[in-house]
Every structure is written in C-alpha cells, then in structure tokens.
Design a protein around this ligand. Sequence first.
Ligand SMILES: NC(=O)c1ccc[n+]([C@@H]2O[C@H](COP(=O)([O-])OP(=O)(O)OC[C@H]3O[C@@H](n4cnc5c(N)ncnc54)[C@H](O)[C@@H]3O)[C@@H](O)[C@H]2O)c1
Length: 282
Amino acid sequence: MDIKKLGVVGAGTMGNGIAQVAAQVGCEVVMTDIEMRFVEGGMKKIEGFLSKSVEKGKLDDKEKDAVLGRIKGTVDMADLKDVDLVVEAVLEDLDLKKGVFKELDEMCRTEVILATNTSSMSITEIAASTKRPDKVCGMHFFNPVPLMRLVEIIRGYGTSDETIRITTELAQRMGKTTVEVKKDSPGFIVNRIMMPHFIEAIRMVEEGIASVEDIDNAVKNGLNYPIGPFELMDLTGIDIAYNVAEYLYKELNKENKWVSPNLLKTMIRSGNLGRKTGKGWY
Ligand SMILES: NC(=O)c1ccc[n+]([C@@H]2O[C@H](COP(=O)([O-])OP(=O)(O)OC[C@H]3O[C@@H](n4cnc5c(N)ncnc54)[C@H](O)[C@@H]3O)[C@@H](O)[C@H]2O)c1
C-alpha cells in the first residue's frame, strides 16, 4: 500500500515534525489540532526549520514552498476522511488518545492504519477503542523529529504483520532507521534503557561518587555517547524523566531499580526542570 496522503493529529512539537518529514518525502499531509492557533504555531515551526535549511544551502526556496504546499492545516477532523494512514500526536493522556482513536475509527476508511506516537502508553489499550486493532500500532518518533534518526515501530496485542510492514516502510521512506518492538511493553526499547542510566547517574551524585559534570564527561568519553545523562535530562526536561521513572515503576512490578532517587524528586519540588531555568543540579 502506497501512502500518498498522511493524516497527523496534533500540531505540537511532535506532530509538526512528523508532518514536515512526511511532506519532505512527497506525502500530502493533513495536520489537525483543536484550535487554529495551534495549527498556525505548528506551521510556523515547520516554516522556521525549512528556512534555516535554505540558509544552510540544504534546500532551495522552491523546494521549501513545495514542502509547505503539501501540508494542509485544519481544525476539522473530517478533513482526515480520505487519508491513507494517520499518526496521532496529541497530549500524553490515555483517555484523550482513546477518544481520538474512536473518532478516527469512525472517520477513516476501514483499511487505514492508525498509528500513535505515544512515548509510554499501551498500544493495545488505545487499539481497543477501535474496531480495527489489527491496524493500530505505535510509531514512536524522537524529538526533534527532522533530526532524530530512530522510529520505534510497536506491536499491540492485535497488530497485524501487514500493519508493521507498512508503517516500517513509511518511516524508512522518511529517512528513519526503524526497530520493531515485538511486544507492547512499557518504555518500549529506548526509554527502558535510558531510565536506569538516568537513575544510576543521579544516585551516584547523591552518594558523592562524582560530580554531574564528571559523570556527563565519563559517559561521553568512555561510552562514546553524544550527550551525558544530566545534559540530556536538562534538555528534554527533568519533569519528563521523573514521569517516565514513575510510570515504569508502576508498570514494571514496582521493582526497586525504577524507584525515583530523592534528588530527582527534590529537583521536581524545587521547580527546577532543566530546560528553561538554566540552573544546575546540586
Ligand atoms: N516531546 C517529546 O519529546 C516527545 C517524544 C516522543 C513522543 N512524544 C509523544 O508525542 C505526543 C505529543 O507530544 P508533544 O510533545 O508533541 O505534545 P505538544 O503538547 O507539543 O502537542 C500536542 C498537541 O495536541 C493537540 N491536541 C490535544 N487534543 C487534541 C485533539 N483532540 N485533536 C487534535 N489535537 C489535539 C494540542 O493542542 C497540542 O497542540 C505525546 O504522546 C508524547 O508523549 C513526545
């Protein structure tokens, strides 16, 4: 099945990135959100990214206009009725996602695949709100979408091989490296590996074993990671690290290894969430 027209639900950080990479490889894209200001915000982000690409000589003005011309922004979900595949990227709220999938199931042709970009929620549970669980899967892009190479393709309990094949091909067409997550399991691959290294790094600071800077340096130079654990948490948000740790603790049998260190909780309580404050860990 050739995906010519893609629907993207949610025009935020992830949605506009997904819309952009799809349009860059020639897909027509319909990007929806609940209010026009969010749609316009998403379009502005895409335009800004493409303009920078033009400045860097990676794209010319004609190509930029062609990409933008392939993206239709809308607040009317009915505009998704003739798309070939939908990627949902609304807020990380299970009831919201289930409602969106129910609506998509009623709106889209029966053969249309409905993918979710959830970072943590159960694909199986989201699929259960539709009458087509075989055509529901996870398509987990990373932030920023145009730059990050990986997409995790996640199987729900009922996902068919055909759904995995089509979504894998689409992600690869977008220039991404894909991995298949064979079982619907919390944290998928990347977050499940990332969290223990975050938690262990924070515990080492608590125990006075090394400084934040030296742990980042050790990981970058000793493991050849491009970014240290504290730098990464500061970039993506310490609150997100905390939420993922709490979620994995709850979902993965409350094992001790997922318990949030006290320092992480203190950072959350202090309101120092990395990203914006510029304040360091202490
Ligand atoms: N931000 C990241 O680093 C990241 C990385 C991977 C996956 N994700 C996942 O991607 C999803 C989106 O995250 P985000 O960071 O882009 O969020 P965001 O807050 O930037 O954007 C979400 C958008 O969804 C819109 N929305 C809410 N309800 C809607 C509805 N019913 N119909 C259409 N649009 C609706 C909101 O108005 C908002 O513009 C979440 O599931 C998140 O867990 C995020």
